[in-house]
Design a protein around this ligand. Structure first.
Ligand SMILES: NC(=O)c1ccc[n+]([C@@H]2O[C@H](COP(=O)([O-])OP(=O)(O)OC[C@H]3O[C@@H](n4cnc5c(N)ncnc54)[C@H](OP(=O)(O)O)[C@@H]3O)[C@@H](O)[C@H]2O)c1
Length: 243
């Protein structure tokens, strides 16, 4: 992998990447990470994202997980992709040790329905956090609370500002949102997204796949600024932040 912008002829190793993607330390920071085709599809032919990914994208995905305190994720993606607690084998241990991070990040799932896999709820080396609404079913919520930490943020829809403040209050400031598009739309619309890491896979798929943000139009559109552009085997790794 090498940097096209700013231009550099050197191959980047994991230590370079960890520096390039370092979180600011002074405040809560919300980074999102997506992979899309050139025509904007955020779902592969099987309606999952893994089929869009490459070994280089997978490597960066793991490195970004290695830098964060918590992975924020929409409930539908956990159901489609079979999300489970993060395990140590997936982590770059040296990076986490150097940054003084817990062995693995927690998963924080945003859900109104609370239809979530018990294996995910039980957590692993780190507890799973469920972010929901006051209107969620009390019975289902009691079942979820027996397994996971529950944060109530908002009446009928999760108020992401309140939710992210609650994560920061738990000491989880370095936030990595792995989607999906509906949660991403709400993050952007609520002004809570600080940064987007976008892998552009050199394919065109057409069809009805979701784009990386799905839902009501955001007006005016959020504007982002390119911070760096990396390349590996024709695949582009863009990093934008809020303008
Ligand atoms: N290309 C990529 O990088 C990438 C990344 C992630 C996902 N994906 C793909 O995207 C698809 C899933 O995306 P999606 O947009 O359908 O789902 P999603 O954003 O993962 O999840 C939507 C669900 O999250 C909960 N939710 C989100 N925002 C909420 C809010 N403000 N208040 C309350 N609940 C909220 C609700 O859960 P409940 O239904 O439980 O109430 C909602 O139904 C999958 O095919 C996945 O493979 C692609």
């Amino acid at each position: 992998m090498q940097s096209l912008f700013p231009a550099s002829p050197n191959e980047l190793d994991d230590s370079d990447l960890a520096q390039l993607y370092a979180y600011p330390l002074e405040r809560r920071w919300v980074r999102a990470n997506f992979v899309c085709t050139l025509d904007g599809a955020a779902q592969g032919p099987d309606m999952r994202s893994g089929t869009l990914s490459s070994p280089a994208d997978h490597h960066l995905f793991a490195l970004l997980r290695s830098l964060c305190d918590v992975v924020l994720i929409g409930a539908h993606t956990t159901r489609v992709e079979g999300y489970q607690p993060v395990v140590e084998d997936e982590m770059n241990e040296a990076v986490r040790t150097e940054l003084g991070l817990a062995p693995v990040p927690s998963i924080a799932v945003v859900s109104r329905s609370l239809h979530l896999d018990p294996g995910l709820l039980r957590g692993g080396r780190a507890p799973t956090i469920v972010i929901t609404t006051a209107a969620a079913s009390a019975d289902v919520r009691a079942d979820v609370e027996a397994l996971a930490t529950v944060v109530v943020a908002g009446e009928h829809s999760v108020d992401l500002g309140v939710a992210l403040d609650a994560l920061a209050a738990l000491g989880l400031q370095r936030i990595l949102c792995e989607g999906g598009p509906s949660l991403m739309r709400d993050l952007v619309a609520s002004g809570q997204l600080d940064e987007l890491c976008l892998t552009l896979t050199p394919r065109i798929s057409a069809g009805d796949a979701l784009r990386l943000a799905h839902g009501a139009a955001i007006a005016p559109p959020a504007e982002l600024r390119l911070r760096h552009l990396l390349e590996s085997d024709g695949e582009l790794f863009c990093r934008y932040d809020r303008n």
